[in-house]
Ligand binder design. Structure first.
Ligand code: G3I
Length: 366
């Protein structure tokens, strides 16, 4: 595409933005946390302090929209500890203080994951050391924040049908060095250190009704049955919900709703924990792209929120200015991605209205 066409399209972007804004300006004033709170649902977003430093407007938007937050980076192992035995809680403490001052709950993210491990951990893990390394980390980190967090993602993305294991567990360094009991041990250790926090198993792709998603769902339910029968303190399941516009036909459908019912039947609190919609495969036209994204938000959230066990919705960002998708799934045409509820000027997009509509349609949680 040449520069002239690109500029012409950008002009169309402005028109599309104004049109979408003009069409629904009357509801833009209603913060999503307010609409959610009317149904006793929490609404929030992930957060990194650098976003506030880069955009004071974003800080105002965050405060206006969110009553729960997930640190995108600050509580991950590679952000907290670069050398054995050394922890730097400065950024995480600043985030917790900011949220506490502004009456925003914090979701701890995450204690035991195969990703974002500092080099020293990967070097040090062995069958004889791994349990001690994991326990030390949980006791240090969950102990540091004890009593201050709404929940912990104790275990993150521990399922992987690709591992070819009958139990569907990911062949992570934790499984390979400790065995399947690492999950039980992680939940029990966290419960001991912070008895107040809700303990969550956070997982990706459970929301997708295809072969991979179905296999994950079966593994999730089997693991819950196994662990709950042993009295393991698992209080909820987090569905990341990094939705893809090219999978809209297998999202938010009946089999997904039945899966949510299976989780609820087992007493699980359910959280949508990292919601965004990748538009990388949609056409360049901003107006139609935003509508497609909004339609998927509405379809998925309307189905999700019909299940009263769904207690909170956290998007993985609020404004298109700050999304991991820019680097992870950039568009081939080089146009900025538009996965979130607010645009780069922190103005509401059709996706904002879609989320608002789904919250307004949700049954109240008494
Ligand atoms: O800050 C450094 C920078 O100094 C350095 O120059 C640059 C290049 O190496 O890296 C920067 O750190 C990156 C960090 O994001 C901040 O941008 C890390 O490399 C990069 O790995 C990290 O990616 C994060 C990723 O989790 C891994 O922690 C993403 O921002 C974050 O959105 C993503 O979130 C995950 C959830 O935690 C779990 N579910 C999936 C979700 C998306 O992957």
């Amino acid at each position: 595409m040449n520069r002239r066409d690109f500029n012409k399209m950008l002009g169309a972007v402005a028109v599309a933005e104004l049109t979408s804004l003009g069409a629904r300006a009357e509801t833009a004033a209603i913060p999503l946390k307010r609409l959610a709170d009317q149904k006793r649902i929490m609404f929030g977003s992930c957060l990194a302090l650098k976003y506030f430093n880069q955009s004071p407007t974003y800080k105002d938007l965050f405060l206006s929209q969110c009553d729960i937050a997930t640190p995108e980076l600050h509580m991950k192992w590679d952000s907290l500890s670069r050398q054995p035995g050394e922890y730097d809680f400065n950024n995480a403490d600043q985030l917790v203080m900011f949220c506490s001052t502004n009456h925003i709950k914090v979701r701890g993210h995450t204690l035991v994951w195969h990703d974002s491990l500092p080099a020293w951990v990967k070097e040090r893990l062995s069958p004889s050391s791994a349990k001690g390394v994991m326990f030390d980390h949980i006791q240090t980190v969950a102990g540091h924040f004890a009593g201050k967090l709404y929940s912990w993602d104790v275990v993150n993305e521990a399922l992987d049908p690709g591992s070819q294991r009958p139990d569907g567990l990911r062949a992570s360094p934790w499984l390979q060095n400790i065995g399947v009991d690492y999950i039980e041990q992680a939940f029990r250790a966290t419960a001991k250190v912070d008895p107040k926090a809700l303990l969550i198993w956070n997982e990706n792709y459970l929301e997708v009704s295809n072969g991979f998603g179905d296999a994950k769902r079966q593994a999730m339910v089997s693991q819950l049955d196994r662990l709950l029968a042993r009295g393991v303190p698992i209080h909820g399941v987090g569905l990341e919900a990094h939705l893809r516009s090219d999978q809209s036909n297998v999202l938010g459908d009946t089999s997904y709703e039945l899966f949510l019912g299976e989780l609820a039947k087992r007493g699980m609190k359910i959280f949508i924990t990292e919601l965004d919609v990748q538009d990388s495969t949609l056409p360049a036209d901003v107006g139609s792209r935003d509508r497609e994204v909004a339609n998927l938000y509405k379809k998925f959230l309307t189905t999700s929120l019909r299940q009263p066990a769904v207690k909170g919705v956290v998007t993985w960002g609020l404004s298109d200015s700050f999304t991991w998708i820019s680097g992870y799934r950039p568009r081939k045409d080089g146009l900025p991605v538009r996965p979130l509820a607010f645009d780069v000027n922190c103005q509401p997009k059709p996706a904002y209205y879609a989320i608002a509509d789904a919250l307004e349609a949700a049954p109240s949680r008494v």
